[in-house]
Design a protein around this ligand. Structure first.
Ligand SMILES: [Fe+2]
Ligand SMILES: [Fe+2]
Length: 403
């Protein structure tokens, strides 16, 4: 199952060879060791003594997060959004035009709706999004959240999922084609919802029959793109498979874990994470708005572990999502912290002792309850970084300070 939870480099952090840092140098970033501990705060001078000390400790590299630039006053300066407001507006307008047109022309053949001109226009916009993302390396992702009316939800949601998918693909160093596919797939992923009556889409409580209609949207959407030569395979799969879940309770096929691994491409599974995250942190017709801190904790609790009967995501996918985007989503803060009560994939309960910024699901922990659920007579401290199979699979909201 979940393979290696660590790579040698974090996608989101830049590393520096200590031997090349001149004494007296100052940085606008906190410099971290491989465990994410702050070794030198922003704007503090790097000294020869510190260099000697680090090298003597066998520490060769320091890391910083380019999204966490600080001002001299020590406050993280608010980085701009990954995409300019102007371009976001253009993407929303395009989504509106596209979705409204499909809704009004449901009976027309899909080739006449998703014409080359229309698909190319969306592709050009996603191209612009990718360009801006690559120019704004220090930017954060703030989803568009405020709705003027519930009818607007799908336009904003498609835009959010598209930008987030493009950003994730970029941060994970996927090929240009895949970056484009995740951006365009995000824009198109819910086109099937145009077949669902507005009244159903904007209502919080649905009957079983109505819910079945909503659940039909990936399939309806797929019918629109299936034979369209202007849309790539991966884009089609995003439309069809973005609601499959690792426990088999997804739709339209209800793939089990093996099918998820074999038939749902990793890129599509990552788009599902973008979809769920975007929905949780946005104003929507049903369910409350979650902060990114809450949303990420909620999503962590949906990650597969052997002891769970319901789960949505593969740990490796969530790990990739969080390591590539975690800090940029939560204003540079962690969604887990020291003192949090957690359950490991083994079923043991533990307390986080020290976060690891490079590997957020593998901090140092103190195990307090064994696999048999009995409290341990002697609590054990473990560095999850050293056990690649292990990871945090649940976080408990135990006290008000965990928010
Ligand atoms: Fe959907
Ligand atoms: Fe969606």
């Amino acid at each position: 199952m979940p393979q290696d939870t660590k790579n040698s480099q974090d996608q989101n952090l830049v590393h520096m060879d200590i031997r090349l840092i001149k004494s007296g140098a100052q940085y606008a970033y906190d410099l971290l060791d491989e465990y994410g501990n702050v070794v030198l705060e922003a704007y503090q001078e790097f000294t020869e003594t510190l260099k000697k000390h680090l090298l003597a400790e066998n520490i060769r590299y320091l890391y910083y997060n380019p999204a966490m630039k600080k001002s001299r006053e020590g406050k993280a300066s608010l980085p701009e959004h990954v995409v300019s407001e102007k371009l976001q507006g253009e993407v929303i307008e395009n989504a509106k035009e596209l979705l409204d047109f499909i809704r009004e022309n449901m009976k027309t053949s899909s080739e006449k709706i998703l014409t080359k001109t229309r698909v190319d226009a969306s592709r050009r916009l996603v191209g612009k999004v990718l360009e801006e993302i690559s120019e704004r390396k220090e930017a954060i992702f703030n989803p568009l959240m405020k709705l003027k009316s519930l009818d607007e939800y799908d336009y904003l949601h498609s835009t959010n999922v598209s930008i987030l998918g493009a950003l994730l693909a970029t941060r994970l160093d996927f090929s240009k084609d895949v970056q484009m596919a995740m951006g365009l797939g995000g824009l198109f992923h819910d086109i099937g919802k145009t077949s669902v009556a507005r009244d159903i889409l904007t209502r919080a409580k649905l009957s079983d029959e109505e819910f079945d209609v909503v659940k039909g949207h990936p399939h309806v959407g797929y019918k629109f793109v299936e034979n369209n030569p202007h849309i790539k395979d991966l884009e089609k799969q995003i439309v069809l498979l973005h609601h499959e879940r690792s426990d088999g309770n997804g739709y339209p096929f209800g793939f089990d874990m093996d099918h998820m691994l074999q038939k749902t491409p990793r890129e599509v599974r990552l788009m599902s994470l973008c979809d769920v995250y975007s929905a949780l942190v946005s104003e929507r017709p049903y369910g409350r708005v979650f902060s990114s801190f809450e949303a990420l904790r909620l999503m962590l609790n949906m990650v597969y572990a052997p002891y769970k009967t319901t789960h949505h995501f593969l740990p490796t996918d969530f790990r990739d999502f969080i390591r590539a985007l975690g800090m940029s989503l939560n204003d540079g803060n962690f969604f887990l912290k020291s003192g949090d009560l957690v359950r490991l994939e083994s079923g043991e309960v533990a307390v986080i002792e020290e976060m690891n910024r490079l590997y957020p699901l593998n901090p140092r922990v103190r195990i307090i309850t064994g696999k048999d659920k009995q409290p341990l007579k002697r609590q054990v401290q473990v560095d999850l970084l050293k056990d690649y199979r292990s990871y945090i699979a649940n976080v408990f909201e135990k006290s008000p300070e965990t928010k």
